[in-house]
Ligand binder design. Structure first.
Ligand code: ADP
Ligand code: MG
Ligand code: MG
Length: 876
């Protein structure tokens, strides 16, 4: 295998397409060198060597290859590594395929020792030489030998205090010489030593950089950013250039466009007489890059020319590191710059207008998370609240929320009614809490994962939510204990649903800054590029309208049970319906009639809001006991009340309701099984749908109801439900004299249904994949418990790369989808296929749905623009 790729001005076998092998930094160093930019010569050791390295030993062959590559650089530079007469120094730099800023390690000034520094000083002056040496001692000590960074800082701070100076640059040669001596004492105190052999330094440095691939903060960073499947880091060994050679030298970083707002300007910072890491370390306040135009006009012009060339060449905004050594500019790094959502949008449109990229490339340049940012309110300045962060949970639903703390859904509603902004904090939420959740600015829970009730509901509404904050101990009576902070009801709290941070106090917010015009323009390109239609999951006319504004092309999932929860009256009617045993009792009929009326009005609203577009309505799905209170005392009160309403005994009501409890409710009496055991519920719902549709048609509207039967496993189940639906349609058509066209379809969410798709397609006008349940049932993992109990361990250990409830498990669950698509379409070529699970809003899952040939995805109203973008990116 080839382990090493050298680069020098005008020359390299590597190039920018080789990021997997050379890392982003290495590939781009090679590319810049090929372009003829002034890159200090060096070489990249590949990411494959990182794999050879583990478990922690440099491959024997590498040592000779490195010596050989160094010889090449020596020849080019006319200097020699370890030679006091003409010393050559190197940096050893990390760099993986995906940039992980500041996560891994880099060591500068390798090759100095007690002897070389003397020669170095003779050549370039004492001050400079000892400045480099103390930097090597500190970085090598910290990065390679694990000596605490603070030990060195303490010496430096004490020295500056003793000398009465503020900045490192004010230290003179004697100060730096004494600092070197003091740093050696730090080594000694830690039982360490700087190897005097430069080669030993080199190999220990390379070793440390490979090792930094697996330090906890790098692992954590990859976990948070879902970076998986990389080989490791590459190592770049590069000739040192010196920004610390006096006032004609310096170092800086710059972006070719403003990364905050996208303005076309050179944006960045510069420090005179400094080495690379000083800029980031914030040792002195760097000056804005534009001031360079006055101080070093020639260099500034060259930098501007280089970066303009690079941006054109890379066809994207660039983030560049450079160093100036005695009036000569060196390029040290370039990469596509990280940017905010606002900037991403502006830059994509501008680059298209400038002719650098086409419309499809512009669409690819705006990432889903950028769009997400644009659509949610944000904190004014995330840096400002760092000291107020109390704890961190799962970033379940993005955005910033600020409000006063309440601990029950009822309180949330009550406070909201008084005009307060509240954050609802619960152990976990249940469907009973939805009113209070809706009244809250944001939701915080101690238990539950990314698909817990709180998370799903919050995302549906675009409300910030932080879940599974296990560090929080809630005393539901009145207070919550954070780390050392005790928060009481009514205290101000801020939630960052994008990062999972829980922050004390009332942090300042800013509105999402979207200039309608720009976003509109990009979204028009997006819509032209995509094949998948994007529908929405909406249960109310308000949600439907939001989704429509966001570009939804219909409703892919209307969950009727959510309508049952929306008021106390409705829950009461549902409970009466459940508690009454006698099918034809007046109580039962009355309860059903009440519910039908509620539903009819809702459907009328939704049909009207979605005029002309399909509305897919799912029949009642959850196990009935979800409509009952969880706490014993509330249950007792309910039984007493129902007994008096239904003129029966408390014991009978209790027996009936307790009879609803199941050991495995998720695999129990729910979905179409409910409609088969209680056909009156299916009939009531179908009647409500057709009556509403007829009313809207009579008022001049255009209605396309698609009725969807959940949790079907067998053809007979489907036949049973379809018959009830057709009968209800006929009944309403007869009574009203108006025939409304409709479709009946099935959800595919049980593996058996996927396997039987060929036969089910004979009975279904459409399939909608319920990928939440399909994942649960295919894996045999409970989506309610799995995250907390073991899924997080799985993802941390790499047993699963991602949570299958977040991102569709393409090779397993995806296979189920593929089978159903093939078998369904074999029976009925024009079978309409969609997906309505949580995955409908997840970009990488959308790419898969595009590939297997679905017709649409359906997601929550606020995810609609993101799904449109992801669908377009999948199609390009
Ligand atoms: P990171 O990935 O954390 O930015 P880098 O490897 O880019 O780490 O290096 C850290 C700093 O050191 C950067 O400012 C970089 O420009 C500077 N640097 C790295 N190599 C050299 C070199 N050969 N000469 C001068 N400065 C260097
Ligand atoms: Mg860098
Ligand atoms: Mg389901």
């Amino acid at each position: 295998i080839r382990r090493i790729f050298p680069f020098s001005r005008g020359n390299s076998d590597g190039d920018k397409s080789m990021k997997e092998l050379l890392g982003g930094k290495g590939a781009n160093l090679c590319e810049m060198a090929r372009c003829g930019l002034n890159v200090p010569p060096g070489f990249t050791i590949t990411t494959e060597v990182c794999q050879e390295f583990y478990p922690e030993k440099l491959p024997e062959e590498l040592l000779a290859e490195v010596r050989n590559a160094v010889a090449g650089v020596e020849a080019e530079m006319g200097l020699k590594f370890g030679d006091p007469a003409s010393p050559l120094l190197f940096s050893v730099r990390s760099g993986a395929a995906v940039s992980m800023p500041g996560m891994m390690d880099t060591v500068l000034n390798l090759g100095l020792n007690d002897e070389v520094v003397v020669g170095f000083a003779a050549k370039y002056g004492d001050r400079f030489a000892f400045d480099c040496y103390r930097r090597l001692l500190q970085m090598f000590g910290d990065v390679v030998l694990g000596i605490p960074h603070e030990d060195f800082e303490a010496k430096l701070t004490a020295l500056k205090a003793a000398r009465g100076i503020q900045y490192d640059v004010q230290l003179d040669a004697n100060d730096l010489r004494s600092l070197v001596a003091q740093y050696k004492e730090v080594y000694e105190a830690n039982g360490k030593e700087l190897p005097q052999d430069p080669w030993e330094q080199m190999f220990m440095g390379i070793n440390a950089v490979f090792k930094s691939w697996n330090i906890p903060r790098a692992i954590k960073y990859r976990e948070i950013n879902k970076i998986t499947g990389l080989r490791g880091t590459a190592v770049n060994v590069q000739t040192m250039v010196y920004g610390n050679m006096g006032d004609t030298s310096g170092t800086g970083v710059c972006f070719t466009r403003n990364p905050a707002n996208g303005d076309r300007e050179l944006f960045g910072e510069f420090l005179i007489n400094a080495q690379g890491e000083d800029v980031v370390a914030g040792i002195r306040t760097p000056m804005p890059i534009k001031l360079m135009a006055d101080i070093m006009p020639g260099i500034y012009a060259e930098l501007a020319a280089n970066t303009t060339m690079l941006e054109k060449h890379m066809k994207d905004m660039q983030d560049v590191e450079f160093t100036v050594q005695e009036g000569r500019l060196f390029m040290l790094q370039c990469r596509n710059g990280k940017r905010t959502g606002t900037a991403a949008l502006r830059i994509a449109l501008d680059l298209e207008a400038e002719g650098l990229i086409n419309k499809d490339e512009a669409v690819l340049m705006v990432e889903p998370r950028h769009l997400d940012q644009l659509l949610h309110p944000q904190f004014e300045d995330e840096k400002k609240y760092v000291k107020d962060v109390i704890t961190r949970g799962l970033a379940a639903s993005p955005g910033a929320a600020v409000g006063r703390l309440v601990f029950s859904a009822e309180d949330a509603e009550e406070w909201k009614a008084r005009g307060e902004r509240v954050i609802l904090c619960r152990h976990e939420t249940s469907p009973e809490d939805v009113g209070g959740m809706h009244a809250s600015e944001g939701i915080l829970t101690c238990r539950g994962g990314m698909t817990s009730h709180a998370a799903v509901v919050a995302r549906g509404w675009g409300k910030p939510c932080v879940c599974g904050c296990e560090a929080l101990h809630i005393d539901l009576k009145s207070k919550v204990n954070g780390k050392e902070i005790v928060l009481n009801e009514g205290d101000w709290l801020s939630l960052n649903g994008t990062t999972g941070e829980v922050i004390n106090g009332q942090q300042a917010l800013k509105k999402a800054e979207v200039t309608g015009g720009d976003l509109g323009k990009l979204m028009a390109w997006v819509d032209k590029a995509r094949r998948l239609r994007v529908l929405t999951n909406a249960d109310t006319p308000e949600d439907a309208l939001v989704a429509r504004t966001n570009g939804a092309q219909g409703i892919g999932l209307c969950r009727t049970e959510h309508m049952f929860f929306s008021t106390h009256e409705r829950i009461a009617a549902v409970r009466r319906m459940i508690a009454e045993e006698e099918l034809d009792s007046d109580h039962k009929l009355e309860a059903l009639e009440d519910l039908k009326n509620f539903q009819r009005r809702d459907f009328e609203g939704i049909f009207t809001a979605m005029d002309g577009m399909p509305v897919t309505i799912r029949l009642l799905d959850p196990p009935l006991h979800e409509f009952l209170p969880q706490e014993g005392s509330a249950m007792d009160a309910l039984c007493a009340q129902l007994a008096s309403e239904l003129h029966t005994t408390v014991e009978r009501v209790e027996a009936r309701l307790n009879g609803l409890r199941e050991v495995n409710p998720m695999m129990g009496l729910r979905g179409c099984r409910l409609g088969i055991v209680h056909p009156e519920i299916t009939e009531m719902q179908a009647m409500a749908i057709f009556e509403a549709a007829t009313a809207v048609v009579k008022a001049g509207g255009h209605v396309h109801p698609h009725i969807m039967v959940p949790l079907v496993a067998t053809t007979d189940e489907m036949d049973h439900q379809v018959a009830i639906i057709h009968a209800a349609a006929a009944k309403v058509a007869d009574a009203s004299g108006t025939k409304v066209p409709y479709k009946v379809g099935t959800m595919i969410e049980v593996p058996r249904a996927a396997l039987q798709a060929g036969l089910l397609a004979q009975r279904a006008d459409f399939f909608s994949f319920g990928t939440n349940d399909l994942t649960q049932m295919t894996f045999g993992i409970s989506r309610d418990d799995a995250q907390a109990k073991f899924l997080s361990h799985y993802t941390r250990q790499g047993i699963l790369q991602t949570d299958p409830f977040d991102t569709l498990d393409v090779i397993g669950v995806g296979e189920m989808v593929k089978i159903a698509v093939e078998r369904g379409r074999a029976t009925k070529p024009n079978l309409e296929l969609g997906i309505c699970g949580e995955h409908g809003g997840d970009p990488s899952s959308i790419a898969f749905f595009n590939k297997v040939g679905l017709d649409y995805v359906s997601c929550s109203p606020l995810r609609v623009p993101i799904a449109r973008l992801a669908a377009a990116q999948a199609a390009i």
